[in-house]
Design a protein around this ligand. Structure first.
Ligand code: NAI
Ligand SMILES: Nc1nc(O)c(N)c(N[C@@H]2O[C@H](COP(=O)(O)O)[C@@H](O)[C@H]2O)n1
Length: 616
């Protein structure tokens, strides 16, 4: 069994072994990450005790989560004032409490009595047997702490008790502070000390496991060197990282009930709007203007923070819907309603947060879309979306083949749609072709604006995306939503993946329908995306390896029968709760992640993505 190590501080721990080692530092190459989501952990609310169990414990039993190397228990407990765990026995376990807030009174049969506060640790090597109690004697404040057990590598050792002087927040800020190391890494003289240890001295554990804690400032990063404290030169190690639920207890029953409701798809129109607005606020860091959450307390002003724009191109969202087997339309490009009603509402809500919605001329001809926000009607105010809030329809149409009867032109002419923008090329062969000038004149007459993008290619059927985006930015499109179809999705994904200097896509939102089409229209996904979206029908491109720039762990949200996956976003997901990135995985408070197949000498980076401190 490979040893483990844990990073603790907002929550907790890592484990294992091998000190020293100073192999050359390199990022994890083969490691496998398995998130342990907070709402999937065992949980109990007994009133006096609210607890989450990462591993089987008490009445929670899941054979998939019995232990992780020598790490046997990781409980996150909140104990109400004047209650606690009365005296009970332990043997052959190394038991460790780490207080996050409040006070925990610990008494044991060795005669130790201690009131632990934030940053204090008590560690009991139960060995052949002890009895102890853990109680919250405070009159009004709950105690929030992590309790962690290791399985010792020797049985029936003499019982021992250790504690640290209180560890200040400053001592663990933006570092990984080692709390516990294997006994094998201590000298005999160091091992002879028990009880209160000198400041800065780690506690020895009879397990091949290192436990570290951190308090990460907003945007700060720390790096865990695998095996860095245990002296081994090579081998495989496991790591577990737990992000503590520091901003307050979350009720898993409420979460699961909301999930069930969303999946059942029985929401009212009003609930669908609210759900869409909440989701988009999570993705973009601001809510749509029309939603109730976008209003300030007096109900008048938009209170949300605007995304900061740093480059001379619009903020770009790529979004589309696909069947579970990877098709975006049926055979013969037949338009299919893949999105459930709930996701369609979310897509229309997203449209109102953008200045323009771009499709290729292929989609315009096959679907004749309207690209408006009609599914939001009525808004919470009781009104229909205003003309001013509607995005401009944008068509990539180098040959100007947009039909004059297109709905986007008719809507604009009728005063119910924004002015369409047709993107064509200059400097290519298209403009020289028969009828181009006439079509240009007729489309302009029908109300379209023509945007000419310079092209150096002789046949400019494929425009350079950077040039397209720069031209759209110049035309006042500061937020662009790209909807499809197949060629546009493929070419933008490939251009993004191949762009080594700057990303082209800021946010990617994919609606995954449960429908299987079996055959139809698919798109080319770069490898990093194809791996997540799985479908065998999606063709993969090796170019995609160049830029897996969007967070590799998307957030997933049920909308009716669909799941919507969102990568990236213009803002941190939430200022209210901490969010951290551990290697490739994004954790929210209460989540953990199992990392297997890490190698001694490799490095695991942990970054606080949020605007508040994160405790591990
Ligand atoms: N499920 C979904 O979310 C969506 C599905 N669709 C489906 O997609 C299908 C249409 O796909 P396609 O035929 O591939 O049409 P398309 O909408 O991708 O348009 C293709 C045309 O766009 C232009 N184009 C594409 N990339 C370009 C570039 N880099 N520079 C200049 N011009 C460029 C070219 O004129 C090309 O012929 C339809 O079946 C439609 O129903 C369309 C949008 C969304
Ligand atoms: N989000 C989404 N889900 C589906 O199931 C779809 N078929 C599409 N298609 C896109 O939406 C356009 C239609 O827009 P309007 O409803 O006419 O405004 C269509 O042309 C595709 O771009 N999207």
């Amino acid at each position: 069994m490979p040893p483990t190590s844990s990073a603790a501080s907002t929550a907790a721990c890592a484990a294992a072994a091998g000190a020293g080692a100073a192999a050359k530092a390199a990022p994890l190459s083969r490691a496998v990450f398995a998130p342990r989501r907070w709402h999937e952990r065992g949980a109990a609310n007994h009133g006096w005790l609210k607890t989450f169990h990462t591993f089987s414990f008490a009445s929670y039993h899941d054979p998939r989560f019995e232990d992780f190397g020598p790490l046997r228990v990781l409980n996150e407990d909140r104990v109400a004032p004047r209650t606690g765990f009365p005296t009970h026995p332990h043997s052959n376990a190394e038991i460790f409490s780490y207080v996050l807030s409040g006070e925990l009174t610990h008494k044991d049969s060795l005669g130790n009595v201690e009131v632990l506060k934030r940053g204090e640790v008590q560690f009991t090597s139960a060995g052949s047997g002890i009895r102890h109690s853990e109680y919250n004697d405070h009159p009004s404040e709950a105690v929030h702490f992590l309790q962690i057990w290791y399985t010792p590598d020797q049985r029936n050792l003499p019982p021992k008790y250790y504690t640290h002087p209180q560890i200040s927040d400053a001592a663990k800020r933006d570092v990984l502070l080692t709390l516990i190391r294997p006994a094998s890494t201590f000298t005999a003289q160091e091992l002879s000390l028990t009880g209160l240890l000198p400041a800065g001295r780690a506690i020895p554990a009879h397990a091949a496991l290192v436990t570290r804690a951190s308090l990460l400032s907003p945007r700060a990063k720390v790096t865990h060197q695998v095996g860095g404290e245990t002296g081994e030169k090579e081998g495989e190690r496991w790591v577990y990282v737990h992000l503590a639920m520091s901003s307050g207890w979350k009720d898993p029953d409420v979460y699961r009930a909301a999930l069930r409701k969303a999946v059942q798809g029985n929401q009212s129109h009003k609930d669908r709007l609210a759900h869409a607005a909440n989701f988009l606020e999570h993705v973009y860091g601001e809510a749509p203007d029309w939603s109730t959450t976008a209003k300030s307390q007096d109900g008048s002003e938009h209170a949300a923070r605007k995304m900061e724009k740093q480059q001379a191109r619009p903020q770009v969202t790529l979004t589309f819907a696909q069947s579970i087997d990877g098709f975006i339309a049926g055979p013969g490009k037949k338009q299919v309603a893949l999105s459930a009603p709930e996701s369609f509402v979310m897509t229309h809500a997203m449209r109102t947060m953008h200045d323009g919605i771009l499709v290729g001329v292929g989609t315009l001809k096959s679907d004749d879309p309207q690209l408006n926000a009609r599914l939001l009607n009525p808004l919470p105010s009781g009104e229909a979306p205003s003309l001013a809030s509607l995005p401009r329809p944008i068509v990539l149409d180098t040959s100007l083949l947009t039909p004059l009867e297109a709905k986007i032109l008719a809507n604009h002419a009728a005063g119910t749609g924004a002015r369409p923008l047709l993107v064509t090329s200059v400097g290519g062969a298209h403009a020289a072709r028969a009828g181009w000038a006439e079509r240009r004149a007729a489309l302009t007459e029908a109300g379209a604006e023509i945007l000419e993008v310079p092209s150096s290619a002789t046949d400019a059927a494929q425009l350079d995306w950077k040039a397209v985006l720069a031209a759209l930015d110049g035309a006042g499109i500061k937020r662009l939503m790209v909807e499809g179809g197949a060629s546009v999705i493929s070419s933008l994904l490939c251009a993004h993946s191949a762009s080594s200097d700057e990303p082209l896509i800021d946010t990617l939102i994919v609606t995954i329908s449960r429908q299987a089409l079996g055959a139809g229209e698919s798109y080319v996904a770069p490898t990093w995306l194809a791996r997540t979206l799985l479908p065998g029908s999606v063709k993969t491109s090796r170019r995609g390896k160049a830029r897996a720039l969007l967070s590799k762990t998307p957030s997933a949200e049920p909308f009716g029968m669909d799941f919507v996956l969102a990568w990236g976003g213009g803002a941190p997901p939430s200022a209210a709760q901490a969010t951290v990135r551990v290697g490739e995985t994004v954790l929210e408070e209460g989540d953990g992640v199992f990392v297997r197949q890490a190698r001694v000498g490799e490095t695991l980076e942990i970054e606080n993505l949020s605007a508040r401190d994160a405790e591990m």
